[in-house]
Design a protein around this ligand. Structure first.
Ligand SMILES: Cc1cc2nc3c(=O)[nH]c(=O)nc-3n(C[C@H](O)[C@H](O)[C@H](O)COP(=O)(O)OP(=O)(O)OC[C@H]3O[C@@H](n4cnc5c(N)ncnc54)[C@H](O)[C@@H]3O)c2cc1C
Length: 211
């Protein structure tokens, strides 16, 4: 069974894991590593140490469905609405400029509940406090190094952290001349890299939101 590592347990990593589980015909062993102590990334929900019922969303606060997204991704919104993870935002927000046809949603259980939902659906093995530092190609497999513990080998690696953080990684993946030079301003672009010379795949994904 192919071993797939997804680096990053934010929205991109969690949704990628769920889609790989749902859409691929062959069974995959999915593993997610994140350097943080919990899932969410820039969609993290923090609990008060004094009252666990009291939460605050750090980063994203609401999700905007534009008419374009509604056309392309309605099934994603429907799934999250059916599970009660998203609810339409009905309260007015002072200063918010709404475009015609836009609809905003909030996550009553905290914005990170979206990520937790996708991670659960994926069935992936999830490990926190795993900071990836270096990726090398060794005998046809990707050898992934982390700050702590020994490196591990995978058939496919998907990087979902922001591109500036990808650029800090060491190892063979720094040889990505086929994609051309990148600047940190491309951090919010989806950027796929494929190593065509091998059967192994290294992909970098980014999630872009309009909000
Ligand atoms: C202040 C703020 C407000 C925002 N408000 C909104 C909003 O209202 N609505 C909206 O739709 N969007 C909003 N966004 C944007 C939204 O949060 C992001 O588009 C989305 O969360 C990005 O998800 P991601 O998974 O692509 O990246 P991230 O959430 O950044 O996930 C990347 C993950 O990779 C991990 N990682 C990084 N480097 C390594 C490494 N070397 N090894 C292992 N793991 C690593 C990180 O810990 C992180 O968990 C906001 C963002 C910010 C910062």
């Amino acid at each position: 069974m192919a071993r797939v590592l997804i680096v990053g347990a934010g929205l991109t990593g969690s949704l990628c894991a769920a889609l790989l589980k749902k859409e691929t015909a062959r069974p995959l062993h999915l593993v997610v590593w994140d350097k943080a102590g919990d899932s969410g990334g820039r969609m993290t929900t923090a609990n008060s140490p004094h009252n666990p019922q009291s939460t605050v969303d750090l980063g994203a606060q609401y999700i905007t469905r534009t008419p374009h997204y509604a056309k392309k991704h309605q099934s994603f919104y429907d799934e999250l609405l059916v599970h009660g993870i998203l609810k339409p935002l009905t309260s007015p927000i002072e200063g918010m400029v709404m475009k015609e046809g836009d609809c905003n949603f909030v996550a009553p259980q905290g914005i990170s509940s979206i990520i937790k939902h996708y991670l659960k659906e994926s069935g992936a093995d999830i490990y926190f406090r795993q900071c990836v530092t270096q990726i090398n190609l060794r005998n046809g497999k990707w050898e992934v190094f982390k700050e702590t513990a020994s490196p591990e080998q995978f058939d496919i690696v998907v990087l979902t952290m922001p591109i500036p953080q990808i650029l800090h990684l060491q190892g063979d993946i720094t040889n990505r001349s086929s994609t051309g030079p990148m600047s940190s301003s491309e951090a919010s672009l989806t950027a796929p890299f494929f190593r065509e010379s091998t059967s192994e795949t290294f992909i970098a994904l980014g999630f872009y939101n309009t909000y």
